[in-house]
Write a protein that binds this ligand. Structure first.
Ligand code: C2E
Ligand code: MG
Ligand code: MG
Length: 780
C-alpha cells in the first residue's frame, strides 16, 4: 500500500474507531438512562396513583359523612321511611356522582338501594369484610366488584346519635377516573377486575385501541394477574407496563395497569442518536478531508524527494528539490539539497582526480585519448597538429641527488613550461613518471624544438639550479594518422627510434610501424624458440698464427623461424637486448655450448669455447657465479671457456662492466673484447680494460692491404695490445694474403671465412680432421 494510502487509512480509521466507540457508548448509556427513566417514572407514577386513590377515598368518605349527617335521612331511617330513604339516597348519590348507594340495617340487611336493581345479584362478596371494618373503625372504604365492575366503596354509619344503620356509596373506577389520573400522572391508566369464575378484563382505560385490545388480550391470558414490582414490556407492544394490586388477593381481584410508551420515553434518545449519526457522518467527512490533505502534505514532498533521489542515482545532480516548507520535510529537503551539492562536488572531484595527475594538475593517461579526440574532431585537417611524447632524462638522478621534493617541483615547472609552450590551442598531459604528451600547432618555425629548449632551460629546484635533458618523438596530424591512438603510438615509435639513434627530437617516419611490428613478431617468436629449444649453435674456429693450430671456437647462435625464415643473430640479439630479455637467450647459449663442449670432450675433442655476452648480461652481477656453477656442473674447466663482450657493452656502465669482467677473469674464464675499433673507446682505454684478448673487428681486417689506413690501425692496435699483455685475434680473415700480413704484425690468432665459416657442431669434428691433416702436410 502506498504511503499516502496508509496515512489515509490510519487517520480515517482512527477517527472511525473513536467516533464509533464514543457514539456507541453514549447511545448505550442514553438508552439505558431513558429506559431507567421510563421505569422510574412509571414506578413514581404508581406511587402517585396509590396516593391519589387514597385521597379520593378520604375525600369521598368525608363527602359521604356530610351527606349522612342529614337530618332528614336520620329521621327516615329512624322511622323506617323507605321511600324517603330511597329518595335521599338518590338525591345524595346524584349530588356526589355515586354510581351506587345502599342503606344497610345494623344487621347488614339492605334497607334500600339505588339504583333500585343495583343489588339484584345479592350483596357483593367484598362488602362484608368492609362492614366489619366499618364497625371496628366507625366507617371504612375499599374496593369491591359491583356488578362485575370495580367500585370504590365508602361505608359510613348513620348515627342518631347511636348508630342506626349504614350508608354505602359506590363510585365506579371508570374511564373518567382513569382519564383524570392520567391527567395527574401523565401515564396511561387502566382498571381491571376479575369476578369469580370469569376472566380478568379491563373495565376502564385511557388507552385507545389497538393498545386497549392488546391489554385485554394480556389480561385474558392472565398475564397481568400476578402483580409485579418491576415494570415490564408486554409482548407485542412497546408499552412499559406496571401492574399494581388494588384489592383482592385470591380469585377475585381488582388491579390497575399503568403504562407508558417506551417509544415516547426513548424519543429524546432517538433524537440524540440522530444527532450523533449526523455528527459522526460530519466527523468522518472532515476526517477524510483532513486525512487527504495531510496525506497529500506528507506524500507530495516525499514523492518529490524520491523523484529527485532517483535522478541523483541516475547521475543528474541538477534536479531541483522543490520542497520548501518549514517543517521536518523542509529540513529533509534542505539536507537533500546539501547532499546533492556535496555529491556533485565530490563526483566532480573524483572525476577530476581520476582523470588528472595529482602533482601537476594536468590530464593523465586515462583521458588523453578522449582529450585528443575532441581536439582533433574540431580541427581543420588543413591546419596540421604535432602530437608528441616528451621524455625527461635525468629525473631519476635529480630525485636521488636532491630528493623527491626537488623532483616534484621540477615536474611542476616542466608541466607549466609545456603548457605555456603549446599555447591556448594546444594540449598537455602527463603520462606518469617522466613522460608528457603534448599537442601543438604545427608551425613553419620549429615549435617542437622550442618546446624542448624551454624544458632544458635551467630550473630552480630547492636551492639548486637543475638542467634537464629531454627527448621527444612527434607524429603529425593528419599525415601520420587522424585517430588519437595512431598518433600516440607513432609518436612513441618516433621517440624510441630517436633514443636508439641518439637523437633528441625525432619524427615518425612512414613504414617504421611495420618495422616495429616485425620487431614484436621476432621477439615473441624468439621467446617461443628458446622455450622449444629451436635454436642451435654454430662454431667458428680460431687458429693460432704461430702454431697453425686450432686454439678454440666461437659459439654463434643460429635460428630459422618457420614463419619469419632465417634470422640474423645481430638483429634478434639487438632486439632482445632492447626489449630487456636477452638473458634467456644467453642462458640457453651457455647451456648448449657447455653441453656441446662436454659431448666433444667425451669424443676426445678438447676445444676452448667462447660465447658472446650482451651489454645487459654485464649488468647482472650474479652472472659470474652462475657461469662458474654451470662449468662445474658440465665438468668443463674454466680455462677452457671464454666470453666475448663488445667494448660498447662494457662502456654502457663501465664500473659495473669492469667489475664483472674482473670477476670472470678471477674465476679463470677468459675475457675477449669483441669488435674492437667500432665502439667509442680509444686505444687509451685498453690500459684499464680487464681482458685477456682483443678481437679486432672484421671491418678493419677485410679491407686490410699494404699501405692503407687499416694497416696502420691494425698494426698499432696489435702492438699496443701486446704492450698491455693482451693476445690479439683478428676476425673476418677471408684470404691467405690477409692472414700473412697479420702474421707479420705478430697477431696471435685469426678467425674468418678464410679458415672456416661457422659450422654446425656435427660438422666440426670432420673439419678438424681435415684441417689437422692439411696442417700436417703443409706446415706454415
Ligand atoms: P661477432 O661476435 O663479432 O661474430 C663474428 C661475426 O662475424 C659472425 O657473424 C661471423 O659469422 C662473422 N664472420 C666470421 N668470419 C667472417 C668473415 O671472414 N667475413 C665476414 N664478412 N664475416 C665473418 P654472425 O654469426 O652473423 O654474428 C653476428 C654477431 O651477432 C656476432 O658478432 C655477435 O655479436 C652476435 N652474436 C652471435 N651469436 C651470439 C650469441 O650467441 N650471443 C650474443 N650475445 N651475441 C651473438
Ligand atoms: Mg664474437
Ligand atoms: Mg666480432
Amino acid at each position: 500500500m502506498s504511503l499516502r494510502g496508509r496515512v489515509l487509512a490510519l487517520l480515517v480509521g482512527l477517527v472511525l474507531v473513536t467516533q464509533v466507540a464514543t457514539s456507541l457508548a453514549v447511545l448505550r448509556a442514553t438508552e439505558r438512562d431513558a429506559q431507567t427513566g421510563a421505569v422510574e417514572s412509571l414506578r413514581a407514577a404508581g406511587r402517585v396513583f396509590d396516593r391519589l386513590l387514597a385521597d379520593r377515598e378520604a375525600r369521598l368518605q368525608s363527602t359521604v359523612e356530610i351527606l349522612v349527617s342529614d337530618f332528614g335521612l336520620k329521621r327516615a331511617v329512624a322511622t323506617s321511611d323507605l321511600p324517603t330513604i330511597e329518595s335521599v339516597l338518590e338525591n345524595h348519590g346524584d349530588r356526589i356522582a355515586a354510581d351506587a348507594a345502599l342503606m344497610l340495617a345494623l344487621d347488614g340487611r339492605v334497607a334500600a338501594a339505588f339504583p333500585p336493581g343495583a343489588l339484584a345479584a345479592g350483596l357483593p362478596d367484598g362488602l362484608h369484610p368492609l362492614l366489619e371494618a366499618a364497625e371496628r373503625r366507625d366507617g371504612a372504604t375499599g374496593l369491591i366488584l359491583l356488578g362485575g365492575a370495580p367500585h370504590q366503596i365508602v361505608v359510613v354509619p348513620i348515627k342518631a346519635p347511636l348508630r342506626i344503620g349504614w350508608v354505602c356509596m359506590g363510585f365506579r373506577l371508570d374511564d373518567a377516573l382513569a382519564a383524570e389520573l392520567r391527567e395527574l400522572t401523565g401515564i396511561e391508566v387502566s382498571f381491571w377486575g376479575r369476578a369469580e369464575g370469569a376472566r380478568a378484563a379491563a373495565v376502564a382505560s385511557t388507552l385507545a385501541s389497538p393498545e386497549r385490545e392488546a391489554l385485554q388480550g394480556a389480561l385474558a391470558a392472565d398475564e397481568l394477574a400476578a402483580f409485579e414490582e418491576r415494570p415490564r414490556l408486554l409482548p407485542g407492544s412497546d408499552s412499559l407496563t406496571l401492574s399494581i394490586p388494588l384489592a383482592g388477593r385470591d380469585v377475585v381481584r381488582i388491579g390497575a395497569v399503568l403504562q407508558t410508551s417506551l417509544h415516547a420515553a426513548l424519543a429524546s434518545y432517538r433524537e440524540l442518536r440522530a444527532e450523533l449519526i449526523l455528527l459522526f457522518a460530519a466527523g468522518v467527512v472532515l476526517a477524510l478531508g483532513g486525512a487527504l490533505a495531510t496525506a497529500r502534505g506528507i506524500t507530495r514532498p516525499v514523492n518529490q524527494l524520491a523523484a529527485v533521489a532517483r535522478r541523483i542515482a541516475a547521475g543528474d545532480y541538477l534536479a531541483e528539490v522543490e520542497v520548501r516548507s518549514n517543517d521536518e520535510l523542509g529540513v529533509l529537503a534542505s539536507s537533500f539539497r546539501a547532499m546533492q551539492k556535496a555529491i556533485a562536488e565530490r563526483e566532480a572531484e573524483i572525476l577530476h582526480r581520476a582523470s588528472h595527475d595529482g602533482l601537476t594538475g594536468l590530464p593523465n593517461r586515462t583521458v588523453v585519448e578522449a582529450g585528443l579526440e575532441s581536439i582533433l574532431r574540431e580541427r581543420d585537417p588543413s591546419h596540421p597538429l604535432e602530437v608528441g611524447i616528451v621524455d625527461l632524462e635525468r629525473l631519476k638522478d635529480i630525485n636521488s641527488a636532491l630528493g623527491q621534493e626537488a623532483g616534484d617541483s621540477v615536474l611542476r615547472a616542466v608541466a607549466s613550461r609545456l603548457s605555456q609552450g603549446v599555447g591556448g590551442s594546444g594540449f598537455v598531459a602527463r603520462f606518469g613518471g617522466d613522460e608528457f604528451l603534448v599537442a601543438l600547432e604545427a608551425r613553419d618555425g620549429d615549435g617542437c624544438q622550442a618546446l624542448l629548449r624551454a624544458i632544458e632551460a635551467p630550473i630552480r629546484a630547492e636551492a639548486a639550479l637543475v638542467r634537464l635533458r629531454a627527448s621527444a618523438g612527434f607524429a603529425r596530424f593528419p599525415e601520420d594518422g587522424s585517430a588519437p591512438a595512431d598518433l600516440l603510438s607513432r609518436a612513441e615509435l618516433a621517440l624510441a627510434r630517436g633514443k636508439a639513434e641518439g637523437a633528441r627530437l625525432s619524427r615518425y617516419q612512414q613504414g617504421s610501424e611495420e618495422a616495429n611490428q616485425r620487431r614484436i613478431a621476432i621477439l615473441s617468436a624468439l621467446e617461443r624458440a628458446i622455450a622449444a629449444d629451436a635454436l642451435c649453435l654454430h662454431y667458428q674456429p680460431k687458429v693460432s698464427l704461430a702454431t697453425g693450430r686450432v686454439v678454440g671456437v666461437e659459439a654463434l647462435v643460429r635460428w630459422t623461424d618457420p614463419e619469419l625464415g632465417p634470422m640474423r643473430p645481430d638483429e634478434f640479439v639487438a632486439l632482445a637486448e632492447q626489449a630487456g630479455n636477452v638473458r634467456a637467450l644467453t642462458d640457453w647459449v651457455l647451456r648448449e655450448a657447455l653441453a656441446q663442449q662436454r659431448r666433444w670432450a667425451v669424443r676426445g675433442i678438447d676445444l676452448t669455447v667462447a660465447v658472446n655476452l650482451s651489454a645487459l648480461d654485464l649488468c647482472d652481477r650474479s652472472l659470474p657465479a652462475i657461469l662458474s656453477g654451470m662449468l662445474l656442473a658440465a665438468g668443463v674447466p674454466s680455462a677452457r671457456f671464454g666470453v666475448e663482450v663488445t667494448e660498447s657493452a662494457v662502456m654502457a656502465d663501465p664500473e659495473l662492466g669492469f667489475r664483472l669482467l674482473q670477476d670472470l677473469r678471477e674465476r679463470g674464464i677468459a675475457v675477449a673484447i669483441d669488435d674492437f675499433g667500432t665502439g667509442h673507446s680509444s686505444l687509451a682505454q685498453l690500459k684499464t680494460l680487464p681482458a685477456d684478448t682483443l678481437k679486432i673487428d672484421k671491418a678493419f681486417i677485410s679491407g686490410l692491404r699494404e699501405g692503407t689506413a687499416d694497416e696502420v690501425i691494425v698494426r698499432s692496435a696489435i702492438a699496443l695490445a701486446h704492450m698491455r699483455g693482451l693476445e690479439v685475434v683478428a676476425e673476418g680473415v677471408e684470404d691467405a694474403a690477409c692472414q700473412a700480413m697479420l702474421a707479420r704484425f705478430h697477431c696471435d690468432a685469426v678467425q674468418g671465412y678464410g679458415i672456416s665459416r661457422p659450422l654446425p657442431a656435427a660438422d666440426l669434428p670432420a673439419w678438424l680432421d681435415r684441417y689437422t691433416k692439411n696442417d700436417d702436410e703443409e706446415p706454415t
